[in-house]
Design a protein. Structure first.
Length: 334
């Protein structure tokens, strides 16, 4: 990641961490007893029920999210002990956690200050669970071990989502999709909502004693300085398709998914390059073949971006210094 225009801001980091803790503590008692969220996201376009077409292959998915953290032990405990991810690799200064031998979150120790709320960077990373019972099991675990991390819950029509903050204020979404057959598409846009979701009712309805199934990285949501710049980089060049637009936010995906990537300017309108390396280190976009990676590299180079190649993969920074890694997906066991 480029370090241009980055300075340390410890006082802002402490204020941000304190604000996060107070917000989470105020909501903690609600984890299993109240509903959170209201409103709606819906397109006004009419048309046939077809999903948006992306330049990226339909089998595109997300891979590892790397976080630069100041307290490696606390973060390891949150993602491992609380969220239940397995420690797959560990060295001095780095911990890789995941499931089924796939690294979902990599933690890297840094001495940089935490980002301020108005810095571009990570809004949240999102773990997608394969079924409601698996998600309910994790929610029970978080309620027992880290209730202060809870920040809210919403029914997004296409999914049911629960929001948390890790010990350094990085947003984490835990969610489950509703069946694609029930999603509504209008002229290439998917209808999403944001209505009340009762965490207690969800857990009571879906919790079982069966072993939970492993999550994957479902999407990443960034806060950026300008949505037009985000569209030019992530849609026109990288190759995602726009799947939804709301005031101050852009949702993008490949393969007819509701979103693999989102960007918003709710707190960061006009933000320039990131001022600290802490928080999001990088996130990975996985394509089915090395040839598909080559096609992305060509588009990025033609658009004037500095692309770093590494074997069959590449890394590139977006306009705010968020590092995107694009690689061929490892084969999955049948």
């Amino acid at each position: 990641m480029s370090t241009t225009s980055r300075t340390r801001r410890p006082s802002a980091a402490r204020r941000r961490a304190g604000d996060r803790r107070r917000t989470a503590l105020g909501a903690a008692a609600a984890l299993l007893v109240v509903a959170v969220g209201a409103g709606a996201w819906a397109t006004t376009r009419a048309g046939d029920a077809t999903s948006a077409q992306a330049l990226l292959h339909d089998d595109t998915r997300l891979g590892t999210v790397e976080l630069n953290v100041t307290d490696l032990d606390a973060q390891r405990a949150f993602y491992g002990d609380v969220l239940g991810l397995d420690v797959l690799e560990e060295t001095d200064g780095t911990v890789a956690l995941g499931a089924d031998d796939e690294v979902l979150v990599r933690l890297v120790r840094t001495s940089d200050a935490l980002p301020a709320p108005d810095d571009a960077g990570l809004y949240h990373s999102a773990l997608l669970y394969p079924d409601e019972a698996s998600l309910a099991a994790v929610l029970r675990r978080v309620a027992a071990q880290a209730p202060a991390s809870y920040q809210g819950a919403s029914d997004h029509t296409v999914s049911q989502a629960f929001y948390f903050a890790d010990p350094e204020g990085n947003g984490v979404e835990l969610y489950v999709d509703r069946p694609r057959s029930g999603w509504t598409w209008e002229d290439g846009r998917v209808r999403m909502g944001s209505t009340a979701l009762d965490p207690g009712a969800f857990v009571a309805q879906h919790a079982t004693d069966q072993p939970r199934r492993a999550p994957t990285v479902g999407h990443v949501h960034l806060q950026v300085g300008d949505l037009d710049d985000a569209r030019r980089f992530y849609v026109d060049t990288l190759g995602f398709a726009v799947t939804s637009e709301v005031d101050g936010a852009l949702f993008m995906a490949a393969g007819g998914y509701h979103h693999h990537l989102a960007t918003n300017t709710w707190r960061t309108r006009g933000a320039g390059p990131r001022r600290t390396a802490s928080g999001l280190g990088s996130f990975r976009v996985l394509l089915p073949t090395a040839a598909k990676v080559d096609a992305v590299a060509e588009r990025l180079a033609l658009a004037g971006h500095d692309v770093q190649r590494d074997g069959t993969g590449l890394t590139v920074d977006d306009p705010w210094g968020n590092t995107v890694s694009v690689a061929a997906a490892p084969s999955r066991a049948a």
